[in-house]
Design a protein around this ligand. Structure first.
Ligand SMILES: *Cc1c(COP(=O)(O)O)cnc(C)c1O
Length: 396
């Protein structure tokens, strides 16, 4: 389809039902399909293999990422696990040293048991990727921006390196969403999503997806999706389809609110550092402007008062709900070191204990700013904060 992004989000894979005229794709809540003779059917046999609601979601997600094929999964990690099944013992994977905690746990504590070998490198520096390449490197896995440190990787440069080497590049595009960034157009082979986040967008479903234009990779993944079985049900597929319809509008609002929140935090005396790719103070601001069309709603920050001040802040916010996950219409706040990223504690991927992560929602931004203002009212400011930071360091 040559339509624009917002049009594809609403229409791709979602033509009115030819039999009934139903404008919305029905929830095909069935496990199996009638055959008129052995092997004679309308393309559907069993819902682990294919389900019409899921088929519609596949078409829509492929259209949004500019890919030929998409596959939906029961969770982001279900999609990641299925991708790992493309590899065999002895294969080597280069991974960003700042990936989602669950991805790290799956690679380091599960997949290594099957003989896969992982190297974690700083993806902000393509030279580190080059140096880590080995003859048995089959995959380069990057997340950009990263969760939770909001670091960027140059998708074009790293994909080119991997391709020269015959390795597949996988980009976890969960943070940016396809509205914010299109990794396939930048040379990546495979895009992965936790559809739980911006694609679903309403914090009411857990899901994952893989999108690619690489035919062989798709054929293998389609086989593995059915063989391993981490598929989403019809209702969950429908919820993601429904969420995706408003992705463009939501992302514009997330970004607009995030800009105001980031600027507010940047000039707040209790805040040591704000990390948001849309701010000129982000160390990779130029790269962000090159490869992202929308900076999204994820902001990380460190308070002058360190971890103690962070814990107090997340306890005090009222509109920003203290919870894991991200990308929904409602604002969330959390401390990754103790929550989403607890599984990386003690590893090379450890995140600063005082890091606070905001998923800025699409509420009225004035209400969000009022909430943050009251939550930070008694937080130690710069002068006092320096001592707190020093104290924190001597503990570690
Ligand atoms: C949440 C998340 C995942 C895992 O997805 P689930 O749907 O929770 O399994 C993977 N990558 C990123 C960047 C995430 O935020």
């Amino acid at each position: 389809m040559d339509y624009g992004f917002a049009t594809r989000a609403i229409h791709a894979g979602q033509e009115p039902d030819p039999e009934t005229g139903s404008v919305i794709v029905p929830i095909y809540q069935t496990s199996t399909y009638a055959q008129s003779e052995v092997g004679v059917h309308k393309g559907y046999e069993y819902s682990r293999t294919d389900n019409p609601t899921r088929t519609a979601l596949h078409a829509c997600l492929a259209a949004l990422e500019g890919g030929t094929y998409a596959l939906a999964f029961a969770s982001g990690l279900g999609a990641t696990t299925t991708l790992m099944l493309m590899l065999k013992a002895g294969d080597h994977v280069i991974v960003g040293d700042d990936v989602y905690g669950g991805t790290y746990r799956l690679f380091q504590r599960v997949m290594t048991e099957f003989g896969l070998v992982f190297d974690f490198v700083d993806m902000a520096n393509p030279d580190e990727v080059r140096a880590a390449l080995r003859p048995e490197t089959r995959m380069v896995w990057l997340e950009t921006p990263t969760n939770p440190l909001v670091k960027l990787a140059d998708i074009r440069a790293i994909s080119a390196l991997a391709r020269q080497h015959g390795a597949l590049t996988v980009v976890d595009n969960t943070f940016a969403s396809p509205y914010g960034q299109q990794p396939l157009a930048l040379g990546a082979d495979i895009v992965l999503h936790s559809t739980t986040k911006y694609l679903g967008g309403h914090s009411d479903v857990v899901g994952g997806a893989i999108i690619t234009s690489h035919e062989q990779a798709y054929e293998r993944l389609k086989f593995l999706q059915n063989a391993a079985g981490a598929v989403p049900g019809a209702f969950d597929s429908w919820l993601v389809l429904r969420g995706v319809k408003t992705l463009a509008v939501r992302m514009r609002e997330h970004e607009r609110n995030a800009f105001e929140v980031a600027r507010f935090l940047e000039q707040h005396p209790a805040v040591e550092r704000v990390i948001y790719p849309g701010l000129p103070s982000h160390p990779q601001y130029e790269l962000a402007r090159q490869q992202m069309q929308c900076f999204g709603g994820m902001i990380s920050l460190i308070l002058c008062g360190g971890e103690a001040a962070g814990r107090e802040m997340v306890r005090r916010t009222k509109l920003f709900t203290l919870a894991e996950s991200l990308g929904g219409v409602e604002s969330l706040i959390e401390m990754p070191a103790a929550m989403t990223h607890a599984s990386v504690t003690g590893s090379k991927l450890e995140v600063p204990a005082g890091l606070v992560r905001l998923s800025v929602g699409i509420e009225d931004v004035a209400d969000l700013l009022t909430d943050l203002k009251q939550a930070l009212a008694d937080a130690p400011t710069r002068a006092v904060g320096q001592e707190a930071l020093v104290a924190n360091h001597s503990e570690a």
